[in-house]
Design a protein. Structure first.
Ligand SMILES: [Zn+2]
Length: 118
């Protein structure tokens, strides 16, 4: 992530760098506005295609579903073209949660067994 920001800043010409520096020194209102606008654009982009089958999402259809995932500040949006794709997504999330839970349980048992042996 940091490298990408470094690359983006590195691609600016001298005049843009000076303007950016001045904006940051004055509170960064311009750069904040640009970043917020890009976030809105990216969020709209995420809602254009089904997260499972990649088909186009018709924004006027009543069979579309959109969910917000993750903690506040790191929220991501996922859209689905139909309930089948939403169900597939939820089932995949449940399976992944179960695998992680199994793995953690297995690792905890190993730790406990190790402690008993000592
Ligand atoms: Zn779909």
């Amino acid at each position: 992530m940091k490298l990408k920001i470094d690359e983006a800043i590195g691609s600016l010409d001298y005049r843009d760098l000076v303007d950016l520096h001045e904006d940051i020194r004055e509170g960064g209102n311009s750069i904040r506005s640009i970043v917020e606008q890009k976030i809105v654009e990216k969020e709209k982009e995420q809602g254009k295609f089904c997260a499972i089958c990649q088909s186009d999402i018709d924004p006027h259809s009543t069979t579309n579903y959109t969910i917000l995932l993750g903690p506040e500040g790191l929220r991501r949006k996922a859209s689905f073209c139909a309930i089948d794709c939403l169900k597939y997504f939820i089932t995949s999330m449940e399976n992944r949660r179960d695998r992680i839970s199994e793995k953690m349980h297995k690792n905890n048992n190993n730790v406990c067994a190790g402690e008993i042996d000592e």
